[in-house]
Write a protein that binds this ligand. Structure first.
Ligand code: NAI
Length: 347
């Protein structure tokens, strides 16, 4: 039987433990904030070592969603869900459907979506249990793959950083490294090539590299192990999180870091080091908001609204850089400040 047990957590709207032993479902849904609207955030499926670890993760991730949506000016609050288990073993239709019913029991206060460990095809199964699912494929009435929108947002952020650094948002002739040629990185390659940038690419997957060379023979390929040390104007991390460790940023030779990867900072110290080395770090959760902006099209945003919000990522980056200068803080701290202000300024 499906049960939802409230877990009292100060400062959170609602946190529930979601359980159904019969099907093997165990996890949490955390609603951090409803200030700007219903809470939105993906479902993460992971082999957590304990329920405590899963709870800590869902709390951290749902809070981060509050600030991401607030900074992007979206009408969403912050939420997230986790299911405990190895994705390849736990993702059975009964587990996903029961999870959907748990989401449904929250009556729209939490809208679920894709995250690490889930695929869009899993969301289709979750949707058998609830209508509160965002980011379904277009064939199922959803907004489909958000990656092109994410890339547009990253590109807007890059132009804004370019304007700050070089007095122009024209990226012609700039050397830009794209780390990771997946869904976002391959779109970045296209946008940057069209913009006249000199693009360097790195990926651990040789097939992705081959595809890139087929399309853009002029692209320069560099080894993935050392790519972050390349001498370029901008490094664009579009692969993994946690890549900006202190040792790494001490040995970077770029003017800026602007990419889609989530949670790029390995530690807050890395942001301090980039500041002291005059490397402009455009905070990831501002830069990669295009994915969630794309989802807003399922909740009343017209295509024009979506485009405007993607372009506005550039303006937000600019405000973040101004605030960091003014307050002599890291850009990450400045971004958090702006997100909190936008949260408090919500109607
Ligand atoms: P993806 O899985 O399609 O692509 C990731 C690429 O990175 C793959 O080609 C993979 O081979 C490559 N890669 C993995 N390790 C690498 C390494 N050490 N060095 C170089 N390349 C490596 O993922 P996607 O969707 O393109 O997302 C990229 C990043 O952006 C992720 O961190 C994701 O969480 C984040 N993001 C993506 C959004 C989207 O709309 N797809 C939205 C917001 C954030």
């Amino acid at each position: 039987m499906l049960t939802l047990d409230d877990v009292p957590v100060p400062e959170y709207e609602r946190v529930v433990r979601v359980n159904d032993d019969e099907v093997g479902l165990d996890g949490y849904i955390a609603i951090h904030s409803l200030t700007r609207g219903p809470s939105l955030g993906g479902l993460r499926i992971r082999a957590y070592r304990s329920p405590e670890e899963a709870l800590a993760d869902v709390l951290r991730l749902s809070e981060a969603m509050t600030y991401k949506s607030a900074a992007a000016g979206l009408p969403f609050g912050g939420g997230k869900a986790v299911i405990i288990g190895e994705p390849s073993e736990i993702k059975t239709p009964p587990v996903l459907e029961q999870f959907g019913r748990a989401v449904d029991a929250l009556e729209g206060a939490y809208i679920t979506a894709e995250d690490v460990g889930t695929l869009v095809s899993d969301l289709v199964v979750v949707a058998n249990g609830t209508k509160w699912v965002a980011g379904l494929p277009a064939s199922h009435g959803g907004s489909g793959d958000p990656s092109p929108a994410t890339a547009k947002g990253v590109f807007a952020a890059m132009r804004s950083v370019g304007k700050r650094l070089w007095g122009t948002d024209d990226l012609t002739g700039r050397k830009i490294l794209v780390q990771g040629l997946g869904k976002v990185g391959s779109e970045m390659l296209e946008l940057l090539t069209k913009a006249g940038a000199t693009v360097l690419v790195a990926d651990v997957d040789t097939k992705r590299i081959e595809t890139a060379i087929d399309r853009y023979p002029e692209v320069e390929v560099i080894p993935s192990e050392t790519c972050l040390q390349a001498t370029v104007d901008i490094v664009s991390p579009c692969a993994l999180g946690g890549i900006l460790a202190t040792g790494t940023v001490e040995d970077m030779h770029c003017s800026a870091v602007v990419g889609s990867a989530n949670n790029q900072l390995n530690s807050p110290d890395a942001a301090d080091i980039m500041k002291s080395r005059n490397i402009v770090y455009a905070p990831d959760f501002i830069v990669n908001a295009g994915g969630i902006i794309n989802i807003a099209s399922e909740y009343g945003y017209t295509p024009e609204d979506v485009d405007a919000a993607l372009e506005a990522i550039g303006d937000t980056v600019s405000s973040v850089l101004d605030a960091a200068d003014r307050r002599q803080t890291t850009t990450h701290e400045a971004a958090m400040l702006i997100a909190r202000e936008r949260l408090e300024g919500a109607d």
